[in-house]
Design a protein around this ligand. Structure first.
Ligand code: PEP
Ligand code: MN
Length: 263
């Protein structure tokens, strides 16, 4: 169902009035994690002004260490909803557990499946049933084929509104947090009709690298970007090193628009 052989026309995924996979590169931006209403509101206003189309933020956070900040859960989803409505941006946030699905159907516009759950098949099937657009990350150890097969689980439940997101894979290279697989992203684009997103923030690991990875992904044909932005990155409770300031995000948006015009 995800394959080009089955469906030749590119799929456009609608998240409220935002069209992903149409001409324009769609940018989702916001903090790694929802920390407070004020933090999300400040960020949302800034990214909206800069030209973002969606607000991102994690409420349920899949942290490597159980001692790290775990996110504020349901309250975080409600904050995103309020802020999204106030500012006028649809929201995308990650689900980690099928037991939370009613919260997501009630409050969320686009449901993210994180890299660590990319092959959680019961979660994929459940999310496929919820009737909401899905942003499916590639597992950090998954081949392109495995990534497309994960999407197949969602599509099989009748949900074709799925966007694939390349977020970097594990390689021997340590100078970046993960290796953004631009080649794999392009290969996936040739194999599927689904729109493709790139997350330049998590593979970068350091904010100095984020602009270049984002621009590389756009140059390579990404339909969407997912970018972490925090009003005070140095104080962020998660992924502090890689989040952009609102000022830097504004510059990035200018650079993306200039590049898109040149393509
Ligand atoms: C995220 O986007 O918030 C996130 C946790 O990313 P990933 O699943 O790609 O690590
Ligand atoms: Mn993060």
């Amino acid at each position: 169902l995800a394959s080009n052989d089955w469906k030749k026309q590119p799929t456009v995924v609608n998240v409220k009035d935002v069209e992903i996979g149409s001409k324009k590169v769609i940018v989702a931006a916001g903090p790694c994690a929802v920390e407070s209403e004020e933090q999300v509101l400040t960020t949302a206003k800034a990214v909206k002004r800069a030209g973002a189309s969606l607000l991102r933020g994690g409420a349920y956070k899949p942290r490597t260490s159980p001692y790290s900040f775990q996110g504020i859960g349901e309250e975080g989803v409600k904050i995103l909803r309020r802020v999204g409505d106030e500012v006028g941006l649809p929201i995308v946030t990650e689900i980690m557990d099928t037991r939370d699905s009613t919260i997501f159907t009630q409050y969320v516009d686009m449901i993210q499946i994180g890299a660590r759950n990319a092959q959680n098949f019961s979660l994929l099937k459940e999310v496929g049933k919820l009737g909401k657009p899905v942003l499916l990350k590639r597992g950090m150890g998954n081949t392109v084929e495995e990534w497309l097969q994960a999407a197949e689980y969602i599509l099989l439940e009748g949900n074709g509104n799925t966007v694939l997101c390349e977020r970097g894979i594990r390689t021997f290279e340590k100078s970046t947090r993960f290796t953004l697989d631009i080649g794999g992203m392009v290969a996936a684009k040739l194999m599927t009709h689904l729109p493709i997103c790139a997350d330049p923030s998590h593979p970068a690991g350091k904010r100095e690298l984020v602009h270049s990875l984002a621009l590389a992904a756009v140059a390579a044909g990404a339909d969407m970007l997912l970018v972490e932005v925090h009003p005070h990155p140095e104080k962020a409770l998660s992924d502090s090193e890689q989040q952009l300031t609102p000022e830097s995000f504004e510059v990035l948006m200018d650079r993306i628009r200039a590049l898109a015009r040149a393509l």
